[in-house]
Design a protein around this ligand. Structure first.
Ligand SMILES: [Zn+2]
Length: 374
């Protein structure tokens, strides 16, 4: 009986040390790629000359990509097709803003009050077909509602037509931008009515930055809606856009991405299921399921994995292919790589887990992590 006592003591002492150093791994998908703090999308409506003359060059200068919601039957879409194509080749998104921009505002023609369902469906469908042919892409399209209106036709048809409008959009787009919702919480995405950050016409850089900051502080997605830049209508100056773009370029902790890519990330993150299938002292296996259509939802997701503190260095593979891992500063003991931490690990039962980030390509089925205990 006596002989058991030290054994019991040892058993009771061990879990305290083990639970801290070998706490069960946890896996989650980062809110934004590379665990950035927030997301911003720059979107430009109406397919107008100032987008080609000013916006394209400013984006290129600051190595940013944006979304252009073009109207295919108006403005310079046909005349300057090769320049629009070049914007897409540079990584920008060309998206659907109908053929003729029908809307309910009195001062804008054509008036969508005069539209039948068949006419309105054609506005969305024909622009989509033109865009898909021009882009030669299967990645899908997004849409922006002309004037932010979400119905058409006579007042007595408004409710029924609002439902039809959404149906037409859903048949030709995987997401749509509406107006004035403020920053978007990715966990509460309304995919066919994504709000923007509010009016931008006439605003200077400090005023635009104040709009963006509402997204930064809430870790949400801020969607800018611009029209003219240095010309056309509802314009801001090229200087204001240049300063905003320079700011976003400098702040790599903010994810600046085309509208469609932000939707892809949000939707994939929501849909992904990831399970730990095996876990021992030196390796971890994850099984992943990506239920969304692979042609459209093709962005990598950033997995955040919390591992026992002693796991370092770590190597990872995705379906057998090498995967880059990044140890974050957060909760990671000895992240500085100093030799001192090696001896400290054993005497610090309160050691917090190591957090690593993994960019996992879309449709990856399995991730394998191997640790080399220090
Ligand atoms: Zn418009």
């Amino acid at each position: 009986m006596k002989a058991i006592l030290p054994y019991v003591l040892l058993l009771s002492a061990l879990p305290a040390l083990a639970s801290a150093q070998n706490a069960p791994p946890t896996v989650s998908v980062a809110r934004w790629p590379q665990d950035r703090v927030a997301a911003i999308s720059l979107t430009f409506d109406d397919g107008i000359n100032s987008h080609l003359d000013f916006v394209g060059p400013i984006l290129k200068k600051h190595r940013l990509n944006a979304t252009f919601f073009v109207t295919t039957g108006m403005g310079p879409w046909e005349k300057r097709k090769s320049e629009w194509k070049q914007l897409a080749l540079d990584g920008n998104e060309l998206a659907n803003h109908t053929v003729h921009h029908p809307c309910l505002l009195e001062q804008i023609t054509p008036h969508s009050q005069n539209y039948t369902p068949a006419m309105f469906e054609a506005e969305i469908r024909d622009a989509a077909l033109d865009l898909l042919k021009t882009l030669n892409s299967n990645r899908g399209l997004t849409f922006a509602y002309p004037c932010g209106n979400m119905s058409f036709g006579k007042p007595q048809e408004e409710v029924a037509n609002a439902a039809l409008y959404l149906r037409y959009v859903s048949e030709h787009a995987f997401a749509a931008r509406a107006v004035n919702g403020g920053p978007v919480n990715p966990d509460e995405l309304n995919v066919l009515a994504v709000g923007d950050l509010g009016p931008t016409a006439g605003k200077d850089f400090p005023a635009l930055l104040a709009q963006a900051e509402t997204a930064f502080v809430s870790h949400n997605w801020g969607v800018f809606c611009f029209h003219g830049v240095g010309g056309d209508w509802l314009a801001i100056t090229p200087e204001a856009l240049d300063e905003l773009a320079a700011y976003l370029e400098r702040h790599a902790d903010v994810w600046t991405a085309p509208f469609g890519d932000a939707v892809r990330y949000i939707q994939e993150r929501k849909a992904l299921s990831v399970h730990i299938t095996s876990n021992n002292l030196t390796s971890l296996d994850l099984a992943l399921q990506w239920p969304l259509e692979r042609q459209i939802y093709d962005l990598p997701l950033t997995l955040k994995v919390q591992l026992p503190s002693a796991w370092s260095p770590i190597t990872a593979t995705a379906d057998g292919e090498p995967l880059e891992t990044r140890v974050t500063g957060r909760g990671s003991l000895g992240a500085s790589g100093s030799a001192k931490s090696t001896s400290n690990d054993l005497t610090k039962p309160s050691a917090s887990p190591t957090e690593i980030l993994l960019d996992v390509p879309a449709q990856t089925k399995s991730v394998h992590l191997v640790a080399s205990a220090r």
